[in-house]
Design a protein around this ligand. Structure first.
Ligand code: PMP
Ligand code: GLN
Length: 423
């Protein structure tokens, strides 16, 4: 039986507060605006853990099934794992080159050509990073000045808020609303102005699973031109779309020269702990980003880089097969969530489902997530954690479940969640 946890209030702020362990740091510095940007600065001035750390800790403490933090419960392809072991045996254990191992740079270029028809110069237009996270960090820090505006969709992946805050930027958002989580194009037109330096586009989108149609992407390119902004795309779920194509913005007419395209091996190869990411952009932009990146990690993951190169060269069947498998998992969890009484939005991409807990009598997703281990032995994350404080109320009843898990586990979670409608 899952141990009940004490309930300490019903807002996301209180939920985060109940998890943080550090007390008010007295040092000044950029940490405060970083934490504030990610919505993690609590009222007493201390920093709450990220929602992912919190919810994984909750799962560990209660023994509940963790459908909160998005990480797969199976390792990636055997040949990729073997290539890393081989690279270690072969002595690839010292600093790799600053831009990345040539074998990986070449493989990224081949991948972009094969899937999207983009021709890249591996020596100047690609940069290997410590996951997509470092690519985002280096890009945002390199390309904005304090006071510049950065537009994202909302809900947004937490790192965007934190990094925009760290860079001293002003975060403007365009809402994505249930059920389809597509932006209102007029709202997008209004959000992008001459003050906008970057437009960050996460497509497929975490946490909603939305995939943006060409029309939306074309408008982003048009607005970037009109207001002289740069586009940063986060495409870490590029190979996880279901029945709709993934369209990298960089492939659209007029986009390449002002777009930084970011991805990572974490989701595509179910190797989130390897933290091998990359970005591509015109050479001058890559050089600017490298100026910052070299002082973040300098380099990383020497033996994992050639292994990810093996992954990127896998046949098309690997990529289509893993998308088909993930679609099957989506359908298992979607069926289970519907049967349990949630109203759900079926995602077209990524590995997350947004569920509305209102039909089950819960209007506060943070409270619901806090009680879910006790009620059903499952962990999810509240969508409000992906929102700025001013907009959390709008998304309050929504929660995110990750389905990048074995089918048996998703079925077990579904069976346990069915208990919710029997309360
Ligand atoms: N962007 C999005 C939208 C994500 O969901 C994640 C989480 N994996 C990342 C970036 C970070 O990717 P990485 O683990 O490669 O740093
Ligand atoms: N990207 C993962 C998610 O959205 C988690 C990454 C993290 O823990 N920072 O669940």
């Amino acid at each position: 039986m899952i141990e009940p946890r004490p309930c300490r209030g019903d807002s996301l702020e209180r939920m985060q507060d109940s998890f943080h362990t550090e007390h008010t740091p007295i040092v000044s510095g950029a940490w405060r605006r970083t934490a504030r940007g990610a919505g993690l600065l609590t009222e007493d001035g201390s920093v709450a853990a990220s929602i992912f750390a919190e919810m994984s800790a909750l799962a560990a403490r209660t023994g509940a099934i963790n459908l909160g933090q998005g990480f797969p419960d199976e390792d990636g392809p055997a040949e990729v794992l073997e290539a890393a072991r081989q690279a270690i045996s072969d002595g690839m254990n010292q600093y790799p080159p600053g831009r990345g191992q040539p074998t990986l740079l070449d493989a990224i270029a081949r991948h972009q050509q094969r899937f999207y028809g983009l021709t890249l110069d591996p020596g100047s237009e690609i940069l290997v990073t410590a996951g997509a996270t470092e690519a985002l960090a280096a890009t945002i820090l390199a390309l904005i000045e304090p006071g510049d505006e950065v537009v994202t969709f909302e809900p947004f992946y937490d790192a965007y808020g934190g990094l925009i805050g760290l860079g001293g930027g002003i975060h403007r958002t365009v809402p994505l609303r249930a059920p389809d989580f597509q932006p209102d194009l007029d709202a997008l037109r209004t959000a992008v102005t001459d003050r906008t330096r970057l437009i960050i586009v996460n497509d497929p989108h975490n946490p909603t699973g939305a995939v943006f149609p060409r029309e939306t992407l074309e408008l982003i390119v048009q607005l970037a031109h009109q207001h002289d902004a740069l586009i940063v795309t986060d495409e870490v779920y590029e190979h996880l779309t279901f029945g709709v194509p993934h369209i990298p913005i960089a492939t659209l007419p007029g986009a390449w020269e002002r777009t930084v395209t970011i991805s990572s091996g974490g989701k595509t190869f179910s190797l989130t702990g390897w933290k091998v990411g990359w970005l591509s952009a015109p050479a001058a932009i890559v050089t600017a980003i490298l100026a910052v990146k070299q002082f973040l990690t300098f380099v990383n993951a020497a033996p994992f880089q050639p292994a990810i190169a093996v992954g990127l060269d896998l046949p098309d069947s690997y990529f289509s097969g893993s998308a088909a498998e993930m679609k099957g998992k989506r359908d298992v969890l979607a069926t289970g969530l519907r049967a349990a009484g949630f109203a759900i939005s079926v995602p077209q991409g990524s590995y997350f489902i947004v569920a509305d807990a209102t039909p089950l009598g819960f209007t506060d997703g943070a409270d619901f997530c806090r009680r879910l281990p006790e009620l059903a032995g499952v962990v999810a994350v509240p969508i409000a954690a992906f929102c700025s404080p001013a907009h959390r109320a709008e998304y309050a009843p929504l929660v995110r479940f990750a389905y990048c898990k074995k089918v048996g586990l998703l079925e077990r979670a579904s069976a346990q969640l069915a208990a919710l409608s029997r309360r």
